[in-house]
Design a protein around this ligand. Structure first.
Ligand SMILES: [Ca+2]
Length: 474
């Protein structure tokens, strides 16, 4: 596979798969992403390694699942020394840069990027990132979202109260477009990471108004039989509540009207980001490097938006764990139905940069899928939370929790995952196979995690054995 001169990874934060016309959302206004989809390859079934932010971002950097890299919540981060794709990119001669939200901890780590333009989580208003400095230059102290008019009334979906060009996603797009034009002379690997459409759902008003009379669907209802719904559904890893300093509202108590407003603002945010992607595409064109640039678009996880009676993320239902993935490499087009995941994109990056990382990447490169529409790389995809795991074989999705509760959904016949059929007798052999796949997956992660953490306690003995072996060889 020829090495592209430029690599541009574009991610959004919390964008579910069914939020674009290329994934069935005909009402969404995203002309630039539509064009990218038409000019590239659209992956129908891309799944995230964890339906929550920092664990997935640690996976994007390391190429491993949370159970291997060890970042299992939003307040931890990778240990120093874990090899990353940015190291491989630099070794291969690419200039590396990151623009937008990374969610590293501490927030200003470089993680192999030579340059960062920072714009972190909208609710982390206290971080003195580049966006905060930019706001200051315009005489504005970036406020806590709760201080934005309409925040409480809308349960977290106000209008952006300042000039549209000051919005974080407009800032990220503008800085990215400028960076590309300034740096087009040498090969680069650039990660552009938008902060939206993550809550608070706060695009400038003209964007949400585009969705006043469109066909945004109503939420998927809660399960048909509460008796078959596991109790952990109530234990979201994200605890939005009035006591939570970043929320200050209880999102789980949102009314149907508030959820409808979330949805209009969510899609408004996506349109705002799409405009930004248009600016970035224009900058590639102006710099004359569009046809030499590999563009990958995806998101770190989805958003329930009230589906299943849930908010935000951290569960394995489709709206939270299934994301868009579009790849424009200038050579391949069309749709791919094969099962794939975020880590397969990381494996692809490593393949392109031609480096063998010291730390094995758990994904399988999407390269073969780009070249052959009928190729397959995975029998299963996996996703993880601290105390729950998911395996999906393309039809059956099995979820197992540490406390023994479990769920099974037949996506072929139960598109919205409303019927937990884990107790259905004829499906027990199928469940056995899915559990075996989960065990093998967890063993692989355990091995990788253990290898990284192991300390050799008997160095003198190992030295003696090496010397003995050498003696025997002579
Ligand atoms: Ca996220």
């Amino acid at each position: 596979m020829p090495q592209p001169r430029y690599v541009l990874l574009i991610t959004t934060d919390q964008q579910r798969f069914d939020s674009l016309p290329s994934y069935g959302a005909d009402f969404a206004i995203t002309p630039n992403l539509d064009r990218l989809a038409a000019q590239g390859v659209v992956f129908d079934r891309c799944y995230v390694p964890a339906p929550v932010c920092a664990p997935t971002r640690a996976s994007i950097m390391s190429g491993q699942f949370p159970s291997a890299h060890g970042v299992i919540d939003n307040v931890s981060w990778l240990q120093p020394g874990i090899p990353k794709w940015t190291d491989a990119a630099r070794a291969a001669g690419y200039r590396t840069a990151a623009i937008g939200k990374m969610h590293f901890a501490p927030w200003d780590l470089m993680e192999g990027f030579e340059e960062r333009i920072t714009c972190e989580d909208k609710r982390h208003f206290y971080i003195p990132d580049d966006h905060a400095q930019f706001m200051k230059e315009h005489g504005i102290d970036r406020p806590h979202p709760k201080d934005v008019p309409g925040y409480f009334e809308s349960c977290g979906a106000p209008d952006f109260p300042f000039a549209p060009e000051l919005h974080p996603d407009a800032f990220i797009a503008e800085r990215s477009a400028a960076w590309i034009e300034q740096n087009a002379a040498e090969s680069f690997a650039l990660w552009v990471s938008f902060v939206g459409p993550h809550d608070p759902y706060d695009p400038p008003a003209q964007y949400s108004q585009l969705y006043a009379d469109t066909g945004i669907p109503a939420p998927i209802p809660a399960p048909d039989d509460p008796a078959r719904a596991p109790s952990y559904r109530a234990q979201s890893a994200v605890q939005p509540g009035v006591e939570n300093s970043v929320f200050r509202v209880d999102a789980t108590a949102a009314t149907p009207q508030q959820i409808a407003q979330w949805r209009r603002h969510y899609f408004g945010s996506i349109t705002l980001i799409d405009e930004g992607i248009g600016r970035i595409m224009d900058s590639l064109n102006r710099a004359g490097i569009l046809e030499q640039t590999l563009i990958i678009f995806t998101s770190d996880h989805g958003d329930a938006l009230g589906d299943h009676g849930m908010v935000f993320k951290s569960f394995f239902y489709e709206p939270m764990v299934h994301v868009p993935l579009i790849v424009r490499d200038g050579h391949h087009r069309g749709r791919r139905a094969a099962l794939t995941g975020t880590l397969d994109v990381v494996a692809y990056l490593h393949e392109l940069f031609g480096q063998t990382p010291d730390s094995p990447v758990q994904g399988r490169s999407i390269g073969p899928l780009l070249q052959d529409k009928d190729a397959a790389i995975n029998d299963y995809v996996f996703s993880e939370m601290r105390d729950r795991v998911m395996v999906f074989d393309g039809r059956y999705k099995y979820i197992h929790a540490q406390d023994g509760q479990h769920e099974l959904y037949d996506l072929a016949n139960d598109h919205y995952e409303l019927h937990n059929i884990v107790d259905d007798q004829p499906l027990q052999p199928q469940i056995g196979e899915l559990r075996a796949a989960l065990i093998a997956h967890q063993m692989e992660s355990t091995k990788l995690h253990g290898e990284r953490r192991r300390t050799v306690a008997y160095a003198p003995r190992l030295q003696m054995e090496q010397e003995y072996r050498k003696e025997r060889q002579h």
